[in-house]
Design a protein around this ligand. Structure first.
Ligand code: G4P
Length: 284
């Protein structure tokens, strides 16, 4: 992992901490978006401290791209008495009603008290998560229109805005991103593989080779099926496996060697779009 990557993070984490603290008093609940393919790696372990008792929901987004069995296991592992974990596919709009219902349910006592006093007001929620996890897509889906500015450049700061999502819900589009703690190699790799870290600051080939090794270990049958490999190909070192896949796909240079940048781009694309299969990289 290139050194500049590690240096790139602390500034963003400090900024996010400040922004969350600053805006927390304005909201009733926090929607913590995690990437269902990497629920542990996409989570900031400090989040509960940062929230300081504020109710929250854990939304495992991109559940459509993740292993269904692991989805169920992570919902069980992450749900607590106070915080419900929900599987979401923001792209297709799946899980949205469950989010609304869980938010109302979590805040029921407080809202019952408001109602007794004749007060009627929407629930205000803050959406936080790593870049590319689907924050804008979630806000757009809940709001039912292209209200949130979709910005697909990881790390880019947006201006704060409130978005109406029906009469009972208002969303604060966080002007920042919530990075996980970035102190181990595997977390960094997982964030790179799933596209949370901009490809241009990474060595895509290195990441794609690592990804080959990971999929070969976790979901070998997906690789053999997708790239017409023989079972013994999976015993190769990840780099050899990567080259084999490049050859199978005919991604060659004029002298017959594998075009490594093209092979890396193809593999990362096919993984991120779900073409290889529904894959969860975090195992606990
Ligand atoms: P962000 O605000 O957190 O940075 O993320 P954003 O909503 O911009 O979403 C990043 C990418 O993830 C988008 O793809 C979006 O369509 C996709 N996405 C969001 N939620 C889901 C989901 O539940 N399932 C799947 N499969 N994809 C999801 P993109 O390639 O940037 O754009 P596009 O191809 O959708 O146009």
């Amino acid at each position: 992992m290139p050194g500049n990557l590690i240096q790139w993070f602390p500034g963003h984490m400090a900024l996010t901490r400040r922004l969350i603290k600053e805006h927390l008093p304005e909201v009733d609940i926090v929607f913590e978006l995690l990437d269902a393919r990497i629920p542990s790696s996409s989570r900031n372990p400090e989040i509960q401290n940062l929230l300081n008792g504020k109710p929250s929901l854990i939304l495992l987004n991109k559940a459509d791209l993740a292993d269904p069995q692991q989805n169920a296991a992570f919902v069980r592992a992450l749900s607590t008495d106070k915080t419900k974990a929900i599987l979401v596919d923001c792209k297709k709009g799946k899980g949205l009603e469950e989010i609304r219902a869980a938010a109302s349910n979590t805040l029921k006592e407080k809202w019952d008290r408001y109602r007794e006093k004749g007060i009627s007001k929407p629930i205000r929620a803050m959406v936080v998560g790593i870049p590319n996890v689907g924050k804008s897509t979630l806000i757009n889906q809940l709001a039912g229109s292209k209200k949130a500015q979709t910005e697909n450049r990881p790390g880019v700061t947006k201006t704060k805005q409130w978005v109406k999502a029906g009469k009972d819900l208002e969303l604060l589009d966080m002007p920042g991103v919530l990075w996980p703690k970035f102190d181990d190699q595997k977390t960094a790799e997982n964030l790179a593989m799933t596209g949370a870290i901009k490809d241009s600051i990474l060595q895509s080939e290195e990441i794609a080779v690592l990804l080959c090794g990971r999929i070969a270990a976790l979901y070998p049958e997906f690789l053999t099926a997708r790239y017409h490999l023989a079972p013994e190909d999976l015993e190769k070192e990840p780099y050899e496996l990567f080259l084999k896949i490049g050859k199978k796909r005919g991604l060659l240079q004029s002298r017959g060697e594998v075009n490594e940048p093209r092979c890396a781009a193809m593999l990362l694309d096919e993984f991120r779009s779900g073409a290889i299969g529904r894959i969860t990289l975090d195992t606990d």
